[in-house]
Design a protein around this ligand. Structure first.
Ligand code: NAD
Length: 298
């Protein structure tokens, strides 16, 4: 049974620093020591792999709202816009490598300090780093599913189909490459006037092809949520790494920890929606802090 814990701020840093104060890191190590920990990760753990987040100090708020599930399913224009941006932005996710934070977290699992990872990310970098028990709450961009017949293909196969149907269009985007900014979720910011000529390939059955990720307006599949709760139930500490917790599907685990009287700790650059309940908040860069924690607890 998890211990009852006082939900107050034990240590934090006022000033913004990249490496966390010695006090707050020490408090986190003390808290994690001998306490099985489940990690909940967000976009912030992948920024040092070159994948932008939504709300970080170096991230930026989206210029436009992300695609909604209903729009994607009902509107051909919405699908064209999604796949056009993804055809350009996918390369950055495909070629991204795990950074020291992903690798440090995998080491913490190997040493038994961490029982698993619940991630809101869709980039597959925890698996690539060697983490074994990973619940990808929002799915993985590497897979594509047909909404008509449930056929599955890899994102690499989808990229081939996109490239075959849009060779000229992609060549034009390549020519303006320097002017195109990457956006979160394997997306790229393109001007409004470029989508018209883009062709979206359909499944062989004629059905709509969708990345196998959870869009806004779509629920996380129940078995996946249940698997995440089983990791929480098997842990004694919830450790938030690189998430503002703005999205409810991640934030719910903070509420769940409260109901279980389980302590919550946060390592993040900038504010999160768990700061008021965190026993420890370490303000700093994950690429430096997670390997340090792994080394000390290993
Ligand atoms: P978020 O952008 O809301 O929050 C990220 C947090 O991480 C910010 O507070 C930021 O300051 C912090 N951060 C950034 N770089 C950091 C670093 N190096 N060290 C420490 N902290 C750092 O992201 P979220 O809470 O995960 O919610 C966004 C949603 O978007 C999620 O549902 C996720 O699925 C999706 N998303 C995924 C990816 C990905 O797969 N890599 C990328 C962007 C968005």
């Amino acid at each position: 049974m998890p211990k009852r814990f006082f939900f107050g701020m034990l240590a934090s840093t006022e000033e913004r620093s990249d490496s966390g104060s010695t006090d707050s890191v020490g408090a986190l190590l003390a808290l994690m020591s001998g306490r099985r920990t489940v990690a909940l990760t967000g976009a912030g753990i992948s920024t040092e792999s070159g994948i932008p987040d939504y709300r970080g100090p170096e991230g930026r708020l989206r210029k436009r709202a992300p695609v909604q599930y209903n729009d994607f399913v009902r509107s051909e224009g919405s699908r064209r816009r999604y796949w056009a941006r993804s055809a350009v932005g996918w390369g950055r996710v495909r070629t991204a490598n795990p950074n020291p934070a992903h690798i440090g977290l995998a080491a913490l699992e190997s040493s038994g300090a961490v029982n698993g990872v619940i991630t809101q990310n869709v980039d597959g970098l925890h698996h690539a780093a060697g983490s074994r028990r990973v619940v990808e709450l929002h799915g993985n961009l590497a897979h594509v599913v047909c909404l008509g017949c449930d056929a599955r293909l890899t994102r690499a196969e989808m990229q081939e189909r996109l490239a075959e149907s849009n060779a000229l269009w992609l060549a034009e985007r390549e020519a303006e490459d320097g002017a195109i900014e990457s956006a979160p979720d394997g997306d790229a910011d393109l001007g409004d006037d470029v989508y018209d000529g883009f062709v979206v390939p359909a499944c062989g059955c004629g059905g709509v092809l969708k990345p196998d990720v959870v869009f806004f307006g779509e629920n996380v599949p129940k078995p996946r949520v249940a698997e995440a709760w089983s990791l929480v139930d098997d842990a004694e500490l919830l450790l938030i790494l690189g998430s503002s917790l703005t999205v409810f599907s991640g934030r719910r685990f903070v509420y769940g920890a409260g109901q279980r009287a389980m302590p919550v700790a946060v390592v993040n650059l900038g504010p999160t929606r768990a700061d008021d309940v965190a026993v420890v908040k370490v303000e700093g860069k994950l690429g430096r802090l997670v390997p340090l924690i792994a080394e000390r607890l290993g």
